[in-house]
Design a protein around this ligand. Sequence first.
Ligand code: FA5
Length: 351
Amino acid sequence: MTDARQDIEQTIASLRSAYPSSFAQCATEQQLRDANARFLGKKGDVTALLKRLGSIEADQRKAVGALVNDLKSEIEKAFAAALARIDKARRDKELNERFFDLSLPGRVPTPRGHVHPLMQTRDDMLAIFKDLGFVIAAGPEVELEQNNFTKLAFPPDHPATDMQDSFWIKPGVLLRTHTSNVQIREMSGRTPPLAVVSAGVVYRRDDDVTHSPMFHQIEGFIVDENVSFAQLKGVLTAFAHRLYGADVPVRFRPSYFPFVEPGAELDVGCVFCARPDGTRPGCRVCKGTGWIEILGCGMIHPQVFENCGIDPDRYTGFAFGMGIERVAMLRYGIPDIRLLFENDPRFLAQF
Ligand code: FA5
């Protein structure tokens, strides 16, 4: 063995016995880093050993180099372990020295969130229907054309089924354009009596201050023997009175939807231009009429019952559907539907 090699091996042995106690004595991270630098730093002992490898004969250099590198990685590991020990000690000291009451509120008040005005409106509307005895159901947003149009007796050439009006996923499958698909899904395979209400997102190719391509609807229906139009009027009037106040006037106007016969729309007296004496001179919101349309409704068409396997000679029923944004906008005086979807905190904080 050459002198140089012997010398290096002795140095390795002495460094190996030196670093553990050197690290063990360190109480702070800085002390540890200084101690580490004495071994592994630019001018450290191990670095010096590596530089000395050049003085070793070529046939022995590899083996000696491996010894030095082993020592180097040993020290690196020991350094990491010592660092973790010091860090833990510092943390323990910090935790033990000061008493932390984790139940105290933070010094900076945390801003409180709240339910989105649209969802608040939805929940209030659903709560009224729950009170009236309806059960709540859900339906999918990606729907078969069958459930969204065909079984609801839309004629095949109805403009709503146009590429212009609906978002099609592929032929026969689309983003539902209304929540009336829930009627089909809930009626199929069920035996009346049924009283179901459902809220959810629907999609249409619309975009202006009162129409959004994505909006929310609530759908409801009742099916039983002897359900009459009088009951439709009673239930929906009770709903409107709970939502807008018992003294708000309501009126039913004839209207057309392919899946009901007869069909109607329900208007409530405009809440914006109502005077204390009950008159409504008309305003911008109600377009001067004193009335605001809130929902579509009607007696379920016998064809729809047949499409769902319900006997139209035995059962009758009514259905209704309405936009939630419209109700929220009226309720809070929101002039542009898009404000409801932009999630601007300056807008949302006002509710
Ligand atoms: C329907 O969607 C029928 N399914 C309602 C119905 C159900 C009738 C059951 C009879 C029986 P209509 O297309 O009118 O109807 O839409 C209902 C409500 O959704 C409208 O009164 C309006 O408040 C809202 N609405 C429609 N399009 C949009 C839109 N693009 N953005 C926001 N709200 C909309």
